[in-house]
Every structure is written in structure tokens, then in C-alpha cells.
Ligand binder design. Structure first.
Ligand code: DC
Length: 224
């Protein structure tokens, strides 16, 4: 019999949650949705129109645009990964009206994931973000909260940017990360925080294979 499941993976930037969620989706044949990418698409739309991510009306109209025109290309667009879009995203995503619209999109896909054609033990989705276990999918079957120290996360991001040929310093990356953490954790609506029933993984001193193996073990236990 096929079990319908939802898995929530939350945590701050560069904690390793995206890599983990993608691998888990493959392992359990689940639909993967990167909620940060949807928030990033909203911010990119604001910047493309030369509007202001700190203005709630500009942010709302971009969120409505994304709701009505969302494509897989939009969330796979490498341009949403730039630092300027990341900075704008932590600003535009703090408005309640924006969050309501994006939460609606995420819940729709969670409840109607593309059906996998083969007979598999599980159907469903895995979402990563900041408020998946608390707001978007409070009834998720499994909730993970992935963390790492800001210094380790900044080191990872610095290496990633350097590998892409982007010239910056570790200090700048660390400061940007602390600023974004403060905005994501401090906003009034849906701040980034673990659900009370989330299982925590600190990846500061764990490699991604180890995190993945532990998470697979935990999910198997919870679903058996
Ligand atoms: O996970 P990420 O770095 O791609 O997220 C980009 C921004 O979007 C970040 O500032 C947090 C915000 N975000 C959010 O507020 N809620 C989510 N569910 C996912 C991301």
C-alpha cells in the first residue's frame, strides 16, 4: 500500500538543508519543493521591475505575479541565487500578505504533488525552508531542523562563491549572513524557528553523507 507523506526540512542559509532535502526526495521518491526559491522569485521580480523590496505594496504585487505565472524555470533560474536577490528576499518575505500567498502556493503543491508513476511505498513531498514545520505543513509526518554555526555556514558560502569566481571576503559573507539571519529570525510573521516536534541536526562537524544517513534512518523509524 502507498503511504502519502510530507517531510519538512527547515533551517538557516547554508545549513545544508537544501542538499539534504534534495537527496531525501530522491531516496524516497518524493516531490521536492525549495520554498526559498519561490520567495527568491518574488524578490527577483521586484528587482527586475526596479521596485523596492522594503515596500509592502511592491512585494505584494510581485507575489501575486509569481502566484499567477510560476514555472519550474522561474525557480531553477540561477539569477535568483545572487547575493542581491538573497538580500532582497529577506526583506520582501517579511510581509504577512506575501507570506500568505506563498504559503498558499506551497500548500497547494504539498497537497497535489505530481504523482509518481511507479508503485512506490511513499507518495508525497518534501519541502525545505524556514517555516515549513511550523506554518506551511504543521502536520508533516517528519520534521527536521538543520543548523550549523554562523562561522561554518559563512565559510561554506564563501567557498561556494569563490568557486563560482565571485570576489568577496569571508568577513563580508559572515556579516551578510548574520544580517539575513537577524531578519529571518526576528520578523513578526513566521520567523525562522524549529517546530516543537522537529528533530535537530547540527551539521557544523558532520559531512553531508553522514547527515543524509542519519536522516534516512530517522525517517524510516518514524514512518515504520
Ligand atoms: O533558503 P534560502 O536561503 O533560499 O531562503 C531565501 C530567503 O527566503 C531567506 O531570507 C529566508 C526566506 N524564506 C522564508 O522566509 N521562508 C521560507 N519558507 C523559505 C525562505
Amino acid at each position: 500500500m502507498t503511504q502519502f507523506i510530507t517531510i519538512a526540512v527547515d533551517g538557516p542559509a547554508a545549513s545544508g538543508k537544501g542538499t539534504l532535502a534534495r537527496r531525501l526526495a530522491e531516496q524516497f521518491h518524493l516531490f521536492y519543493l525549495d520554498s526559498g526559491a519561490v520567495y527568491r522569485a518574488v524578490a527577483k521580480r521586484i528587482l527586475d521591475l526596479e521596485k523596492n523590496p522594503d515596500n509592502p505594496e511592491d512585494a505584494l504585487s510581485a507575489a501575486l505575479y509569481v502566484r499567477d505565472h510560476l514555472t519550474s524555470e522561474m525557480i531553477a533560474d540561477p539569477a535568483i541565487r545572487s547575493d542581491s536577490v538573497a538580500d532582497a528576499t529577506s526583506r520582501s518575505s517579511r510581509f504577512p500578505a506575501v507570506r500568505e500567498i506563498i504559503t498558499g502556493i506551497l500548500q497547494f503543491y504539498t497537497n497535489h504533488p505530481p504523482v509518481n508513476q511507479h508503485h512506490k511505498p511513499f507518495q508525497g513531498s518534501i519541502l525545505d525552508g524556514r517555516d515549513i514545520g511550523t506554518v506551511v505543513c504543521p502536520n508533516a509526518n517528519v520534521k527536521l531542523f538543520i543548523t550549523a554555526s554562523p562561522q561554518i555556514r559563512a565559510e561554506r558560502r564563501f567557498k561556494e562563491l569563490s568557486a563560482r569566481g565571485i570576489v568577496t571576503t569571508y568577513e563580508t559573507v559572515l556579516q551578510d549572513m548574520l544580517d539575513r539571519d537577524a531578519r529571518d529570525n526576528g520578523r513578526e510573521v513566521s520567523p525562522s524557528k524549529p517546530a516543537p516536534d522537529a528533530v535537530h541536526f547540527d551539521t557544523s562537524h558532520m559531512d553531508s553523507d553522514h547527515v543524509f544517513e542519519k536522516a534516512v534512518e530517522l525517517i524510516r523509524q518514524k514512518l515504520s
